[in-house]
Design a protein around this ligand. Structure first.
Ligand code: DHB
Length: 393
């Protein structure tokens, strides 16, 4: 969460988005509170696929150097389907743009570094964050830091504190409309000390369930597989995970799954969620505070970056000319793009996963979807342009 203009600001759950906006607004006095750095960086392994536009955005705010050194760029992504030849969603061919693999934790480190180099005020590990006066002219953030109560008077609050943060629930009931869908599966993810088995990301549809091969660097691979929504990690020792991944990736192709030590293992629920509007008074929601997508297609981080890009433009306009037009447009403009990404993430998810309730009709429908995709230039273009990222505005 970021306060704009004066004072400090507070946050209970870090989001990359906060920092993007504050990097953009160097001249405003902004401070950000975060959980302890190490705790956060060692916590959940997060997504790591960036749309072309997100890469441009990171470069434009001075975060390009390490990204350009370590990112892995991809001309496309492979979809593999049991009993069918794997095919490439060739984003380069259909859109002229590439995808980039670069971990969210690496972006977080870059953001810390740039804020520290600007002597930006970052408050780690604020507790008991409460917002008041969000419908007035001077919202206040109260929090506890090292046992001491502190308050911060703000011009605006950017609510980038994630799905479980305090910002969205602070908005009075009845103001927001919620749109929600859950899925009958979760993803189990592992981070592996081994060079990625394939040069491209591979999404696999198998009768045993979905699996995904991704990567973080030349040394570190990232793999996911569909598991029941109530799965317990203790039921998934490494050997079971590898057995299952081998079975799901038993597909034609010029690569073989390479095993390596499992560095981390986590579970991620799958959910679609939107809260509308993304603003109340002087509180502006961004990223997961306002919307969640199921992970298939890797839109979450990219959507958060897109929100903050608009929000930082609106703040910049306000502070340079006093204009409020962009602030007024913020929610409407974000939501147009958010809903398209929701549609795409839902579609990728339903195409590639096994649903417990699927009957023979549903299975044939999935195969027809694949057949259509591989046989139609128009369908491939549509998939590629959504995957690589729709235009910002
Ligand atoms: C990754 C995550 C995704 O949700 C996806 O669709 C592709 C890759 C990843 O973490 O690398």
């Amino acid at each position: 969460m970021t306060g704009y203009g004066r004072g400090e600001c507070a946050q209970d759950g870090f989001k990359v988005t906060v920092e993007l906006s504050s990097v953009n607004r160097k001249q405003a006095e902004v401070s950000v509170t975060l959980p302890p750095k190490t705790e956060m960086l060692e916590a959940q392994i997060r997504a790591g696929v960036l749309e072309d536009g997100s890469v441009e955005l990171l470069r434009s705010v001075g975060l390009g150097a390490r990204l350009d050194k370590y990112r892995r760029s991809h001309d496309g992504t492979v979809i593999a389907w049991q009993d069918h030849a794997p095919f490439l969603i060739d984003t380069m061919k259909y859109t002229g743009r590439k995808m980039t693999a670069y971990g969210q934790t690496a972006i977080t480190e870059d953001l810390y570094r740039i804020r520290e180099s600007q002597a930006g005020n970052i408050v780690d590990d604020a507790r008991h964050v409460v917002l008041t006066g969000i419908d007035g002219d001077e919202p206040v953030i109260a929090f506890e830091k090292d046992g001491k109560a502190r308050t911060v008077a703000c011009d605006f609050i950017a609510g980038c504190d994630g799905f479980h943060g305090v910002c969205r629930p602070t908005i009075p009931s009845g103001v927001l409309t919620f749109f929600d869908r859950s899925y009958p599966f979760a993803w189990l993810g592992i981070l592996v000390q081994a060079p990625p088995s394939s040069d491209e990301l591979v999404y696999a549809h198998s009768e045993r369930g979905f699996a995904l091969l991704s990567m973080r660097s030349t040394e570190i691979g990232r793999l996911y597989m569909q598991v029941p929504p109530d799965a317990d990690l203790k039921d998934y020792p490494d050997d079971r995970v590898w057995r299952e991944l081998h079975a799901r990736f038993a597909i034609d192709g010029d690569w073989k799954l390479t095993e390596g030590p499992v560095l981390q293992k986590n579970l991620a629920p799958m959910r679609s969620f939107v809260a509308e509007p993304m603003q109340y008074g002087r509180l502006y929601l961004a990223g997961d505070a306002a919307h969640i997508v199921p992970a298939t297609g890797a839109k979450g981080l990219n959507l958060a970056a897109a929100d903050v890009r608009l929000l930082s433009q609106a703040f910049a306009d306000y502070y340079s000319s006093g204009g409020t037009h962009l602030l007024e447009q913020y929610s409407r403009k974000c939501l147009r793009r958010v809903w398209k990404a929701q549609r795409f993430s839902w579609w990728m998810t339903t195409m590639l996963h096994r649903f417990g309730t699927d009957n023979a009709f549903d299975q044939q429908r999935q195969v027809a979807e694949l057949d259509y995709l591989t046989g139609s230039h128009a369908a491939m273009t549509s998939l590629a342009e959504n995957y690589v990222g729709l235009p910002w505005d």
